[in-house]
Design a protein around this ligand. Sequence first.
Ligand SMILES: [Zn+2]
Length: 291
Amino acid sequence: MVEERFRQWQTGRPFLCPVCGQGLERITNSLRCPDGHVFDIAREGYVNLLAGGKQTKVTGDLPEMVRARRRFLEAGYYEPLAQMVGEYVAEWLADKSEGETAVLDVGCGEGYFLNQVRIYCRNRDVAWLGMDVSKTAVRLAARRYPTMRFVVGDVWQQIPVANSAVSVLLNIFAPRNPTEFRRVLAPNGRLLLIHPTPNHLHQLRQYPGILSIQPQKTDHITRQLHPWFQPITQKQTEFTFTLTQPHLNDLWHMTPSYHHLTPTQKEKLANLDTLQLTASFVLQSFKPVSN
Ligand SMILES: [Zn+2]
């Protein structure tokens, strides 16, 4: 009998055992495969599906960065982006039949975008799944959003999700693994990529040592995905916002290059109390190429 606790894990499907690749079922407070590999549901409600339960060398973002990102995102600065993604997914799911529909966010971080999308699709019966390599991020996500299922997993290994189980795969400022994305997506599914344009946070370039996220060219991404995916749509969104403390400080901590600055450079940034910034993103959608 399924206990009241961890209700989001009424089933282990569509997750797979990271050791042998067989399907997982929930038994008491863990997920198990037919060969007896066991993965406990953590107190916070997530499951660690890194092979062998170990952290790999790639452990994702630092805890300090993860917490700063949560405070920044929850303050709503990227709400227009969340809205664009939410509307796209809601529209895409609108004419799909109910049940067996899953949305998977690969590189979900602390779950902000997946939850925003869920809010836009609130009338739909959807399995909401998030995966990230950072245990800190996944723990925060599971604690905050108890109706969605979060796992620790590595995008560079086999994604621990069954073949063709996913209707929409979200990938928001996160690494891509085209062959694995293709395998887990349903033949009529959609891959949704969001990444910054070269104009994103361009005002930061005036501060020595601060680099914004390396922008990736959309045609490079299209080429990288080419054998497995065909582009469908491309949309851009750009908006300005005024950042004040304490979120200005959060932005510095979210920025990887900040952690390499000298104490003098950091002090200079700490003395700023307001900044006008431009956010600029591209949303690209792809459909799987049929075999
Ligand atoms: Zn197994």
